[in-house]
Design a binder for this molecule. Structure first.
Ligand code: CO
Length: 427
């Protein structure tokens, strides 16, 4: 087995920092791809029959692919799917609030956040703002990386049993960030108008969310770890984009990546994995090559999806929460995830396909199952399989602290995962 070069993981750090929200993540990946020669097509634009490498974006989601002169309307697809969203705190529509002389910002909890991980952290704000542009509207991205928000934990003197009883956090009452003191006539809308440089009266709406401003880093005594917010699942997104670039259009199938928003809340949205984005893009590629419903079904029948999402490494302090014959190591290679009840979409045939890709890339492969007495998480894999009828395999890089504001993974695994995905895309 060859060793990994951690410089690949070091190269991912600025991509995490540039991507505090799904919209920024889609923009980061799009610019990586465009710099590598991909051409962005507006979703409202026509797809052409001319071979090339293309990107389509919808909000915080993105699809990209490469076709060659040999691609026809019945050519199969090799698709890597992942998600751009992560659990966090999102600003309410009328967020200005106050208590006991503190200025606070009303937030909703998005997805299955580990609430404790948001306490006592330096939080910035980022997202998109829709502003008036004459009689219509336009969308602007913003990211304020100053530590402007905090959710302070209650002092232990006022909560003496916290370590014995466990920390109980109410989403409505205990997670409201402070961002100032005293009275102020300035509102959140004033802040946002300033952030995107428009008049307050021109701010129409927003999707704004908090993020930990601490930059991503390599950590551990021997640099064994990657530490960042949003490793689940930006790590898969960035690795998939790099694999797609490395794959070119050299394989017998169409290599594609599909990065979806809204996985953490069930994927049912216009840009989520249960929405039409992947299906319509695949149909439009075939359609541009003269294919119809029959050709689309033929292409789907020879297609395979890798659903790439974070996998649980075995936690040294909670080994009993893991299945003892399927222990997972960071820096042990990508993880194949199986669940008999189809919380993961992996089956014997799709598993074999990914195992062969790992062999092609000379990359080690680990196998995960949950303890059968613990509920298993899920991801976009089963949804994609159900919607498209395509064979799906669920895989990912091992990590700890999934859904914490700051997660950790191994610093060797990203490059191995990239190589395995590249090998898969060209099969
Ligand atoms: Co995930």
């Amino acid at each position: 087995m060859r060793t990994s070069d951690r410089s690949f993981t070091v190269g991912l750090l600025p991509q995490f920092d540039a991507s505090p929200t799904p919209y920024h993540a889609a923009a980061t990946v799009a610019s990586t791809l465009i710099n590598a020669g991909f051409q962005e097509i507006p979703e409202s634009g026509a797809f052409s029959a001319v071979a090339g490498s293309f990107v389509v974006r919808r909000g915080g989601s993105l699809v990209a692919w490469s076709t060659s002169a040999e691609t026809t309307s019945t050519t199969g697809f090799r698709i890597v799917g992942a998600h751009t969203d992560s659990p966090n705190l999102r600003v309410k529509p009328q967020p200005d609030t106050a208590a006991a002389g503190w200025r606070q910002l009303g937030v909703e909890v998005y997805g299955g956040a580990l609430l404790n991980s948001w306490l006592d952290r330096d939080l910035g704000l980022a997202g998109r703002v829709v502003v008036r542009a004459g009689a219509s509207a336009r969308t602007l991205l913003f990211a304020d990386r100053r530590p402007i928000l905090r959710v302070p934990q209650l002092a232990i003197h006022l909560d003496r049993e916290v370590s014995e009883r466990g920390l109980l956090l109410n989403r409505q009452t205990h997670m409201v960030p402070v961002w100032g003191v005293g009275d102020s006539s300035s509102t959140f809308v004033d802040y946002l108008a300033d952030a995107v440089d428009v008049a307050a009266g021109d701010v129409l709406s927003w999707d704004a969310m908090a993020f930990d401003v601490a930059p991503a880093c390599i950590a551990g005594l021997d640099d064994d770890f990657l530490v960042s917010g949003r490793i689940d699942n930006l790590l898969s997104c960035f690795v998939a984009a790099d694999a797609l670039i490395a794959a070119g259009a050299s394989g017998p199938n169409v290599p594609m990546i599909c990065l979806f928003d809204h996985e953490e809340v069930g994927s049912v949205s216009a840009s989520g994995a249960a929405g039409p984005l992947l299906e319509s893009t695949v149909a439009r590629i075939g359609g541009a090559l003269g294919g119809g419903v029959g050709e689309l079904a033929r292409a789907a029948s020879s297609s395979v999806v890798v659903s790439a999402d974070g996998a649980h490494a075995t936690h040294p302090n909670y080994v009993d929460r893991h299945e003892k014959d399927h222990l997972i190591a960071v820096n042990g290679g990508p993880v194949l995830k199986t669940n008999a009840n189809q919380r993961y979409a992996t089956d014997a045939e799709s598993a074999a396909e990914f195992r062969l890709a790992c062999e092609d890339a000379d990359v080690p492969l680990q196998e995960f199952v949950s303890r059968t007495d613990l509920a298993c998480g899920s991801t976009i894999g089963p949804l994609t399989a159900g919607r498209m009828g395509i064979s799906v395999v669920d895989v990912g890089c091992p990590q700890l602290a999934m859904h914490s504001a700051r997660e950790m993974a191994g610093s060797d695994d990203p490059e191995w995962f990239r190589d395995a995905l590249r090998a898969f895309l060209v099969r």
